[in-house]
Design a protein around this ligand. Sequence first.
Ligand SMILES: *Cc1c(COP(=O)(O)O)cnc(C)c1O
Length: 493
Amino acid sequence: MGNQPYYHSTRGEERCSPKEAILKGIASDGGLFVWDDLDQVQLDLHTFLQLDYPGMVQTLFRRLLWDYSEEELAACAQAAYGDTFDDERITPLVYAGKQPVLELFHGPTSAFKDVALCMLPQLMSRALAGKDEKVMIVTATSGDTGKAALSGFQDAENIGITVFYPQGKVSAIQRLQMVTQPGRNVSVCAIEGNFDDAQSSVKALFQSEGARRLKEEEHIVLSSANSINIGRLIPQIVYYFAAYQQLLQQEKIQWGEEISFCVPTGNFGNVLAGYYAKLLGLPIRHLIVAANENKVLDDFLRTGIYDRNRSFHTTISPSMDILISSNLERMLYYMCGKDSEKIRGWMDELARMGRYQVDEETLQKIRNVFLSGHCDNAQTSLQIERVYRSCGYVMDPHTAVGSYVLEQLALTEPCVLLSTASPYKFTRDVLKALQVEAAADDFVCMEQLSELTKTSIPQGLYALKSMKERFSDVIEVTDMEAYVCAKAKEVLK
Ligand SMILES: *Cc1c(COP(=O)(O)O)cnc(C)c1O
């Protein structure tokens, strides 16, 4: 067992076992936990692809999260995927005309975040067992992570959760999903600012004086449910394999054939999981990063310059309205020769100047795998309509961004489009795209969409209609630290 994967910071030497990394979320130096020898894991692909979804989860986790026992992993997989998804394949591969689409939104909150956030609380509870410690999860959300995390952590023992969302910058349904969340250990708060403001402040919070005192005086540690946490990232790797498995079963590809994935991208967590699947041996040719009007990643992948000094756009794909994509740091780490010093330099420049440029060699390596494109609001709407008219498939605005970018690239290899949310989370914009006059009431909108497209409304979304709003706090970004400290003491008494 000498060769076990200890995780360490992208920015230095700090080393953690998997359980420790999951509890900490982010390294003390601000870096993200990575494992250097990911590409050395020898997964036997033939055997692996014979397994059902929970079986793949257990097998992969056994390798990457080795300090969990077999019993723990089996229990985690069962609790996360046993009966929480409305499709037994968990992530079914369907077709929009000829285009394969991997639907990632069949979990309890109707967005792809569920795939990981049904699992993370399971992993975290077991990492916490037997410790004299409680955990306060602090999460910034661009709309979907918040609800999926609240739902996953609801009433978890010795764990509390605070979610911050940008005021006025999430969809009506996304907001309702969060502010109606039941549970004695949850709190939800809007902030004056955008997602980047929220995420940067959350990251800073982990190193704050408030965090230090919570740990010292209350034995409460802060952790993250954002995709900076390996416990959130690793579960996302599995569905890339599940897509390949279904393509084989449907006889759309030959064994060993390379395929590509197109991923609507914001914080770079989803597409990074695809890169990890590639490092682990899945035959992936390209990973396509699809951006909306906040196209900082598309520009980076074309020029090697990451520059967040630009105006922020509020779009109809709000979960991708992000200018600082945290997980890019992990991809850069692998691509630049696992050089922590380089990473530190670039991230320093990003923090100080909002900009950095990677060297030509690193850029070439990246561009060999990652392609990109972007799609504005008008094109997104048109794409929703075009796809629906041509083949009857109705997609949400995030998926439509991916669909548009994929069509522009016109690749020759088979390519799977990841669908990241149910159209019913963004009903008003979808109806508008389909040229339907949307009713004033969001629930009537759902009924309109259902009648028009002959698809069913996800139960969890329609049920919001009769739920009470519990949370109405709105605060300044500068007050987040005090807010979290107060809530931690309150809900983790
Ligand atoms: C979070 C989210 C994205 C972006 O995923 P990242 O992992 O942040 O890149 C895309 N679409 C939807 C619907 C999301 O909720």
